[in-house]
Design a protein around this ligand. Structure first.
Ligand SMILES: Nc1ncnc2c1ncn2[C@@H]1O[C@H](COP(=O)(O)OP(=O)(O)OP(=O)(O)O)[C@@H](O)[C@H]1O
Ligand SMILES: [Mg+2]
Length: 316
């Protein structure tokens, strides 16, 4: 497979005065052209950190990429100059953040800020033409042109997220990273925004890295799934493989903790125990303290990645 994004052995730490937070611990990921990958994991698993690393936007300090490769079309972003990475963020990779307000300037009309994006990425383009491009794109994502002179606070959450999506698309990215793009939204609006992302992905033939803790969203939107736990990818494969031929006890646990409408809530089986503290990770398999199937060797040795295509990190 020719890959667009290839991550190998990525390690990211946050170095604070008191401790080293090991947020990402040796992940491998591949995304092909036009492919969509769902990255799933509980809070603190390191999903946002991994995405920010791909964007080369790890806050430094305290963040530091300590090892690994991030290849975008064969180019290692970690060794690039900041200037080159800015170029790639301008027309290769875009990211939609969880909170739309982090991407929007509250004191500029959305028309002005979107036009600025167009003009930054197409120097030489005229003011009117930039505005035309903005209006065209706003209409594609379902924002009416007459809202172009409104400020971000005048938009509802769902509409704001559409504006942020417009901003990401104006760079014509080959890879779109969406970090929990619908978590802050109402359920009905969530569905609309997801539909939109699905439609845009087909229309613009973009690859998608979608972060979520909702397995249903992955099943609906993604070709492949990667399950992240304590900074590691513990299982990855096609959505079919991960959902129907689940290998890792953690993935099984995640499925077990989804409430089913036709069952009593008492029959819900949450995964027992807590997510490990990334500043103090357990020895051996990162999941063994919570694993029902753990055996003595699990606390002594770290399991490597097993399988081909459908991969998982478990001895059994
Ligand atoms: N700037 C920072 N300084 C110190 N620690 C950080 C920083 N940013 C993140 N972390 C820590 O790194 C770990 C991974 O965080 P990250 O935000 O990547 O997780 P996540 O999977 O995106 O979680 P969520 O689902 O809550 O968004 C967490 O333990 C978090 O507290
Ligand atoms: Mg996050």
């Amino acid at each position: 497979m020719d890959t667009l994004l290839r991550i190998r052995n990525l390690h990211v730490h946050y170095l604070t005065d008191f401790e080293t937070v090991k947020a990402v611990n040796g992940i491998d990921l591949d995304i092909g052209p036009g492919e969509s990958l769902g990255l799933v994991g509980e809070t603190g698993a390191g999903k946002t950190t991994a995405c920010r690393a791909v964007m080369q936007l790890i806050p430094d300090p305290p963040g530091l990429i300590v090892d690994g490769e991030i290849l975008f079309k064969g180019e290692n972003l970690i060794y690039n100059t900041e200037r080159r990475n800015q170029e790639i963020r301008g027309n290769g990779i875009s990211m939609i953040f969880q909170d739309p307000m982090t991407a929007l300037n509250p004191i500029m009309t959305i028309g002005d800020q979107l036009a600025e994006v167009v003009r930054t990425h197409n120097p030489g383009i005229g003011r009117d033409e930039a505005r035309r491009k903005v209006i065209e794109m706003l209409e594609i994502v379902g924002v009416k042109a007459d809202r172009i002179n409104d400020y971000p606070h005048q938009f509802s959450g769902g509409m704001k997220q559409r504006v942020v999506i417009t901003m990401a698309l104006l760079c014509s990215p080959e890879l779109l990273i969406a970090d929990e793009p619908t978590t802050a939204l109402d359920v009905t609006i969530q569905a609309q925004v997801l539909e939109l992302i699905k439609k845009l992905r087909r229309e613009f033939n973009m690859s998608l890295l979608l972060v979520t803790h909702d397995l249903g969203i992955v099943a609906e939107v993604c070709d492949r799934a990667a399950i992240m736990y304590a900074g590691e990818i513990v299982e990855a494969g096609t959505v079919r493989e991960v959902f129907l031929e689940t290998r890792h006890p953690y993935t099984k646990g995640l499925f077990g903790s989804i409430p089913k409408l036709d069952e009593d809530s008492e029959r819900l089986v949450p995964i027992e125990g807590m997510v490990p503290n990334p500043a103090d990770l357990p020895p051996g398999c990162c999941f063994h303290p919570r694993c029902k199937e753990a055996r003595p060797e699990c606390s002594r040795q770290k399991p490597g990645l097993k399988g081909e295509g459908h991969v998982y990190k478990c001895f059994y």
